[in-house]
Write a protein that binds this ligand. Structure first.
Ligand code: URA
Length: 276
């Protein structure tokens, strides 16, 4: 697009309207960047990260050198030692508030740490905060949170009886799925959060949370509704994946499956005597 005069007020509103219709809902910088004038970034491969200076074998593509490799952001081992240093949930929240290793923080309004009862026996783990959660600083307070509250109420639960967190505590721009790097950087903090809450039961919400917590690449449709005994950090816990409320809002017919998972959670609560 060429522009040889400054936009007037109506033109600026029209551009903003167009951006909004195209799904652009955050500004990522003050100055415009001409991406067409840039060279495409080098692709990052696990091999380039793990063995950046290894000699290329005959016939293979040259391996990217460390000095040329794009910076991936924070360091999971630093995240692990920071997370491990937290002795309480308040300390963990404060540490996360200061942590700059995950790029998601740069574009989020605030940290979305948790909601609910830290003493609860049941912990729910979602994917990532959305726009409303980013505004309020609490997980599951938007439309999918309202559905989640109704799902919980249907089996006699509410936020005084569960603790809720997400795989990443900052909103990904435009609500995209967190990248594997972002998940890896945030996982030590989530694991520590689970250790400190020490729930008896965990329910994950949606595919990305299930894949992160169950450490699998399997799909949510195959995995949902099945209990597994998991080690999350140093905490051993029974966990069940279910569908994400946002998915249920788009696919009403899937509510039947989610209802079966909620009943399974209820039966487990009764079996363990956690309903007293
Ligand atoms: N979706 C999530 O996975 N988490 C939230 O907190 C809100 C929506």
């Amino acid at each position: 697009m060429t522009q040889d005069h400054p936009l007037n007020h109506d033109e600026m509103l029209a551009v903003l309207d167009w951006y909004r219709a195209a799904g652009v809902d955050i500004a990522v910088g003050e100055a415009p960047v001409d991406r067409f004038a840039q060279r495409p970034p080098a692709r990052v491969t696990p091999a380039a990260v793990a063995a950046p200076v290894a000699a290329a074998s005959p016939g293979s593509q040259p391996v990217q050198r460390a000095a040329e490799a794009p910076v991936l952001g924070g360091d999971p081992s630093e995240a692990r030692s920071l997370a491990a240093s937290a002795k309480t949930l308040d300390e963990l929240q404060a540490i996360l508030g200061r942590y700059d290793g995950c790029g998601l923080k740069l574009r989020a309004t605030q940290l979305v740490f948790a909601d609910g009862n830290p003493e609860a026996d049941i912990m729910l783990i979602g994917e990532a905060p959305g726009a409303e959660e980013d505004r309020q600083g609490k997980p599951f307070v938007g439309k999918s949170g309202q559905l989640l509250d109704r799902m919980l109420a249907a089996i006699g639960l509410d936020r005084t009886k569960v603790y809720i967190a997400n795989t990443v505590p900052w909103r990904p721009p435009g609500n995209r799925t967190p990248t594997p790097e972002e998940l890896a950087l945030c996982l030590p903090f989530l694991q520590r959060q689970v250790e400190l809450v020490a729930p008896k039961l965990v329910m994950t919400l949606g595919g990305p949370a299930m894949q992160t917590i169950f450490d699998t690449t399997a799909g949510i449709i195959k995995m949902r509704g099945k209990w597994e005994n998991l080690a999350i950090g140093n905490h051993q816990v029974e966990a069940i994946p279910t569908l994400h409320p946002a998915y249920l809002l788009r696919n009403a017919r899937a509510k039947e499956q989610a209802w079966a998972d909620m009943l399974s959670l209820k039966l487990k609560i009764i079996a363990l005597g956690l309903d007293g």
